[in-house]
Write a protein of this length. Sequence first.
Lengths: 307, 282, 534
Amino acid sequence: MLRFILVRLASAVPTLLLVIAVAFLMVRAAPGGPFDAERVLPPETAANLAAAYHLDEPLPVQFARYLGGVLRGDLGPSYYYRDYEVQELIAAALPVTALLAGLAAAVALVVGLAAGACAALTANSGTDRLVTGLAMTGISVPVFVIAPLMVLAFAVHLGWFPASWTGGGRGERLVLPVIALALPHIAFLARLTRGSLLEVLSADFIRAARAQGLGTWRVLRVHALKPALLPVVSYLGPALASLLTGAVVVEAVFGIPGLGQLFVRSGLNRDYTLVLGIVIFYAALIIVLNLVVDLVYGWLDPRVRAR
Amino acid sequence: MSLRAALSPLAGRTRGVRLGAWLLLGVVALAVLGPELSPHDYRDTNFDARLLPPGLAGGHLFGTDELGRDLFVRTLTGTRVTLLVALVASLVSLVIGVAWGSIAGYAGGRIDAFMMRAVDALYALPFIFLVILLMVAFERNFFLIFVAIGAINWLDMARIVRGQTLSLKQREFVLAAELLGVRPAAVLWRHVMPNLLGVVVVYLTLTIPQAILVESFLSFLGLGVQEPGTSLGALVNSGVAHMERAPWLLLVPSTLLALVLFCCHFLGDDLRDRLDPRRSGS
Amino acid sequence: MRFRGIRCAALAAILVALAASGCGEAGRPADGAVLDRGLGGEPESLDPHRSRSLQANHVQRDLGEGLTGYSASGELEPRAAARWEISEDGRTYTFHLRPEARWSNGEPVTAADFVYSFRRLVNPETAAFYSQSVIDVENAAAILAGELPPDALGVSAPEPLVLVVRLERPTPYFLALLTHPSMFPVHQASVESGRTYARPGNFVTNGAYKLVRWDPGSLIELERNESYWNAAATAIDRVRWHIAPEPLAELYRYRAGELDITDTVPPEAFAELKAERPHELRVAPYLSVYYYGFNLTRPPFKDNPRLRQALSLAVDREVLADKIVGRGERPAYNWVPPGVDHYEPQVPAWANLSREERHARARAAYAAAGYGPDAPAKVEIRYNTSDTHQRIALAVQSMWRDVLGVETTLVNEEFQVLLSNMRAKEVTQVFRSSWSGDYNDAHTFLHVMTSDAASNMTGYANPVFDSLLQRAATETDPERRRDYMQQAEHVLLDDYPVIPLYFFVSKHLVNPDLEGWEDNVLDYHYSQHLRFAR
């Protein structure tokens, strides 16, 4: 197990280098620079700015300089926010997005699994149809429709929750964004759980257990749950990616100072260092999370572990 | 699974499945034919008929938008674009994914390990953000949207195809072909690929909704299809701003979007059921 | 099944718990001395020498103060300087600073502070975006080019409270220039402390408020500066600037009671707001012009004034302003917006023609340029992503098609891409742009069209125009100066280097309980002039 983890982490290094290189090239290939604006700078000022940020050096030199900084743990100054370092900005935005995404994932897991189990155990009844119907709606309506609708209904008209991040207390300002972010995942997980649980429940070993007289709850907990969770776990990987895009939308609508919004703005501002910093961070995160997912998968399915 | 099996939902066993299949077909037909049947062009502005609610007045069945353009035509034109983007993007990811996965699975050994390691590495790239960078960098280009979206999705396809190829490799007809001296490329093309069709079709029903949602996300950022062209995602995005005063601008494209996504998921479920022999009993 | 019941009850319980945890009023302190304002974007920095965005300027005007400033109604008034004298030749300004002016740490504001600050502004190492603000001061150009040290700048402090500024040439709008945040003083000890200057805890400022908090992407919080010389007249204790880049989301926040003032109003909501909240919606003319520029360095617009004239005349600006943009904007037929101090906008005669007559003239010019229905002009309009720009481009495209038969392609580009294309002048033909005035004088609009102006994206180079503007710049008699500028604008408009489309308006939603808000053409609304009516 330990060896497995170490090997995976070691192979992450070339991956990260590839990621940095690709992102670096893409950002620099884009026309326009961090200091361009409609009001053209006097040539001397432009020259001084370029020198201060090493933009006048050849590209490979800039890349080497940047890489050297990264290895020392220095992600550089933000090109747009002239008083801030990239690390500071990421460190400020990270907890916000982590909280948001974490809560959304937790809510999605709990509610989605519960709803899916509910539906599976009452297959083809009214409850089942209701849950399935809601789930189908949940994956068919994009988050950038749901989020503003929620703001309009619950914040503006009903006044139950704040309309934005700065409009209320710490607990209440999380409710709407978390629900908006979690909704499509609740729907998807409900469907997934229902399908996989139904499948497992009709399997031979379950029938055998039932035939032996074991109660439903026991059957579920001891025998059915683990294998039923397998597809759920493998869903977690792509779920992360869509949690990211959902976060960008939700952060924009609610004015949340998270990593998603930071990234989009840094791209549009041509804030090279900030863009790269976030890309590196996310890549590292995804690698670690994939590792975790694989470990969980192994725990759930002994057959996989044997491999 | 053959093509006939893939099209079987149209004559599906359950009413629900048949409904889903025909509904999707209906949407496609409407998108293709609808704009031709209407007297309005999707670009025609009419400043005296702005924000008309749906009705039979002035021949605007679904109403008009803030520039006086007919919503019916625009929605269907948008549907065309959305379906086109989704289809082409899925095909792009299909081609790359199938090629990559089947070669890796069939070749086995070192090549397989290297190719799949590359896939793992690429998984770590935050693709959505790179798509954004791409769109920002290279001037919103219709063609580029397909490529960008296709480039996100092929990884999963590659993995699944590789898995499938690995198991197909052991089958008798493949072994027989190899023994007969058929070249690897030909074996791949003539024997392995046709049997991947089932998995591929099923997976398409997953990637199409994904591609649609990615395109609408790009529209949200202002990086999707550009005016005067439009897509369902773009229409929904601009409809949100009019939610309270002109709700039809949101409801009409959202309904169509939801319908398309809904049908794709529904059909995907059904096709997956058929593919998995264990399920046929339940 | 009892089992099913448990599961479903759990589900329900979770949802109820979620809802209950958040119930309650949207939190806004009931304390009336807190002002919540929306900011349409994030400042790149609050250091006056390292910022340039309008958003940064809004916040900086609450934090700092220059020698002069504007009253609530937009009149120039003394601020850090109590009074001043101007020499006969118009080149020497002697400012007498307010003895009671204080920094936020209690130290007095002295002339030496201003000397230090101007030198820092012009110092090439600072690489200040707005170093051009001091360009009229003696030796500034040479210092910027690196030929002289910053100490050579024509500013001196013969006494602690006396500041003398020597200009290269009489600059009639110099006092207006001094209101711009780039001309605010910076606190020398804090700048040289080794810590970043413009961050909470180190940002010593001389204005009505001081910086207490900056959460990037979210909020900038200011607190009353007790040492401010006019603190007694400042009613608001705390100002919270909320970053709100999406106009629709900002509107929702205002409606939910989280904002007292919005930065703008989304176009879709304008009509309804005008009807439902007429006293809260504040629309005022603004010193900014929205225009389409021609690339005069390449065909088809190089040496082709008739085609340019035709395209300009064919655009129906009334429709654009009323129907397409529809938020109170005014159609623009000339370059300098109305409301500029001491200036008469040179509206061309053809602006008063009827639609048909204007179209006829357009067609005549079109034909004279050698085009017609069989030989249509093919033109490209470039604009950056935005709903409004799209709509306007679409409308102009159909106007040109209907009146002249021109075939127009629309090219949508991301802002930075468009900017670099505009600057390169290689691929652009017609491009969308806008120009805002930095101060209330026609010069700020006219000078951008001189042949050597860096921000001249059209490539317009008319020696007659240049020389008229030159003469205006050095003319001390205000009447004659105005005549020169008006003549210059006339010359400009006759050449059709641009198609002015409309003049911007500033639009805000303002809490009806707020007093002291006055519409002005610069859209400056200092928080210190506002108060809650209670």
